[in-house]
Design a protein around this ligand. Structure first.
Ligand code: AMP
Ligand code: GLY
Length: 439
C-alpha cells in the first residue's frame, strides 16, 4: 500500500523510516518532507503543502493511509477533509484537536472532567490579568491561548516577566500566536514543581494504546538552562513513569479525557500526548495536551518499536464501534500489543546558529555518519544540494542511538555527533541526565 506522512521534521522522518520497514508498504510519501526523507530510496517527497491540493493528490494516487505529524494541519481540519473523501487518516478531527490548539479549551475541559491539572484562570482583558498575577504572586505561568510553535508559554519567576508576558500575548500582535475565535486570550496558571514526562497514546474513541514513555529536554543548554525550545533531545523509556504512575495516568488522565471527548460529541482519534508533571510525592498533573506525537520524543521511540507500525496505525483507523462506556465492544486497537526493544534509546538534537530565536539557515553540513540499525540520523531542517547538505531550519538533525544501558546509548549517539559539523551547531551534552538520577 501507499502511505503518506504529512510534515517536514525529525518526527516525520522517524515515522516514515519506521513505516517503510513494513512488508505491506509499496511507497511512503512525505509531504513536504526534508533533505533526509528525500535521500532515502524507500521514501519520496511530495512538494505539496496546500491541504486541499494534497487531499486531491492523495485521492488520485490511491494513498491507503495518511499520518499527520504536526499540529498545524490538524487544527486546520486536515483529518475532516480526508475523511470527507473516504480516506483513512491518523489524527483527531479539528474539533478534537482543540485539546492542543486552544489552551483555554483544554484547561476548561480538564476542569469539567476533573482531570488533574494546575489551577488557572483565563483572561482576555489585560488589566484583569495583571491584577490576578498581583494577587497570586510569583512564580506563575502565562500561556497564550492559540498555537504558538512552542513559544506561547512563559514561566515567570518574577512580576516583571509575568506582566511583560501578559502585555506581549494580549496587547502586541507579533504574529507568533495564532489567535482562536474571540481574539487574544491568556491562561494564567499555578507554577508546578516536579519532573516532566511525555505520555503518548494512540486512540480511537474509548480505546487507548499507550506507547513507550519518554522524556524531552526543553531548555537549550545543559543542566536545563537557557531559553525554552521545541525540544533539544529525548530518551525512552522514562524511568520516572513507574508502573504505578503509568496506571494512574491511564486511570486519571487518559481514560477520563477520552470519555469526556466522547460525551461532548468529539470522539478522539489519533495520538494524544499528555505532558505530565510528576511531583516528588508522585502526584501527577497534566501540563498540557498535544494531539500529535512529540518531536523529538518520536525519534527514540521509533528506534525502540519492533511491531509493524503500518499494522498498528491501520488498526487504529478502523471505524469505531462503541459509543458509550457501558456498551463497550472491542475495537481492533484493543487487540494490538506493541513490542518494544528492551534497550534504551537516546535522541540528541543538533540545532542551528541562533536557535531558538534568530535561526540562521544555509550553513553547510559535513561528515554525516553512515546510518546503522543502532544509530540513525533523523533529519529535520536540512536540504541536499547535488554536492552537499545545508541547514534550512532551527532543529537540523536528531542523532538517535540504542544501547543496552542509557550510558551506552549516550556514548553511541555522542560518538556519531563528534564527526558531524556545521557552522554554529548547538547541542546539549547531557541528554538523559534525569534518568541516571532515577536509576
Ligand atoms: P506547555 O507548552 O504547556 O507544555 O509548556 C511548555 C513548558 O513550560 C513545559 O514543558 C514546562 O516546562 C513549562 N510549564 C508549563 N506549565 C507549567 C506549570 N504550570 N508549572 C511549571 N512549568 C510549566
Ligand atoms: N517535544 C515537545 C512537543 O513535541 O511538544
Amino acid at each position: 500500500m501507499k502511505i503518506l506522512v504529512i510534515g517536514s521534521g525529525g518526527r516525520e522522518h522517524a515515522l516514515a523510516w519506521k513505516l517503510a520497514q513494513s512488508a505491506r508498504v509499496q511507497c511512503v510519501y512525505v509531504a513536504p518532507g526534508n533533505g533526509g526523507t528525500a535521500c532515502d530510496p524507500r521514501l519520496q517527497n511530495v512538494p505539496i503543502t496546500d491541504l486541499h491540493a494534497l487531499c486531491d493528490w492523495a485521492h488520485q494516487e490511491e494513498v491507503a493511509l495518511t499520518v499527520v505529524g504536526p499540529e498545524g494541519p490538524l487544527s486546520e481540519g486536515v483529518v475532516d477533509l480526508f475523511r470527507s473523501r473516504g480516506m483513512r487518516i491518523v489524527g483527531p478531527s479539528q474539533a478534537a484537536a482543540q485539546l492542543e490548539s486552544s489552551k483555554a479549551f483544554s484547561k476548561a475541559f480538564m476542569k469539567r472532567h476533573h482531570i488533574p491539572t494546575a489551577e488557572f484562570e483565563t483572561f482576555s482583558d489585560a488589566s484583569l490579568a495583571h491584577a490576578y498575577v498581583d494577587q497570586k504572586g510569583v512564580p506563575i505561568v502565562i500561556k497564550a491561548d492559540g498555537l504558538a510553535a512552542g513559544k506561547g508559554v512563559v514561566v515567570a519567576m518574577n512580576f516583571e516577566q509575568a506582566h511583560q508576558a501578559i502585555d506581549d500575548m494580549l496587547l502586541s500582535d507579533s504574529g507568533v500566536v495564532v489567535h482562536n475565535e474571540g481574539g487574544a486570550r491568556v491562561v494564567i496558571e499555578e507554577f508546578l514543581e516536579g519532573q516532566e514526562a511525555s505520555f503518548m497514546v494512540l486512540c480511537n474513541g474509548l480505546s487507548a494504546l499507550p506507547l513507550a514513555t519518554s522524556q524531552d529536554h526543553k531548555r537549550l543548554l545543559d543542566h536545563d538552562q537557557g531559553p525554552n525550545t521545541g525540544g533539544m533531545g529525548a530518551y525512552s523509556p522514562a524511568p520516572i513513569v513507574t508502573p504505578q504512575i503509568h496506571a494512574k495516568v491511564m486511570r486519571e488522565i487518559i481514560r477520563p479525557t477520552l470519555l469526556g471527548m466522547m460525551k461532548e460529541g468529539h470522539p478522539f482519534t489519533g495520538f494524544l500526548y499528555a505532558g505530565l508533571m510528576i511531583s516528588s510525592d508522585e502526584e501527577v498533573k497534566t501540563l498540557e495536551f498535544n494531539t500529535r506525537l512529540g518531536d523529538p520524543e518520536t525519534q527514540p521511540i521509533m528506534m525502540r518499536l519492533k511491531s509493524d507500525w503500518v499494522d498498528v496505525l491501520w488498526a487504529s483507523t478502523e471505524p469505531s464501534v462503541h459509543s458509550d462506556e457501558r456498551s463497550r465492544d472491542k475495537h481492533p486497537l484493543d487487540a494490538v500489543e506493541l513490542l518494544w526493544d528492551r534497550r534504551v534509546a537516546v535522541g540528541v538534537v543538533l540545532a542551528s546558529h541562533g536557535y531558538p530565536q534568530a535561526v540562521r539557515k544555509g550553513d553547510t553540513i559535513e561528515h554525516l555518519p553512515q546510518e546503522t540499525e543502532d544509530c540513525m540520523v533523523f533529519h529535520a531542517g536540512t536540504s541536499k544540494a547535488p554536492s552537499h547538505w545545508t541547514t534550512t531550519g532551527g532543529r537540523v538533525l536528531c542523532v538517535s542511538a540504542l544501547g543496552g544501558t542509557l550510558t551506552q546509548a549516550q556514548q553511541l549517539a555522542y560518538e556519531a555527533i563528534k564527526g558531524i559539523q556545521f557552522e554554529g551547531m548547538q547541542y546539549r551534552t547531557d541528554i538523559g541526565w534525569r534518568a541516571k538520577r532515577v536509576i
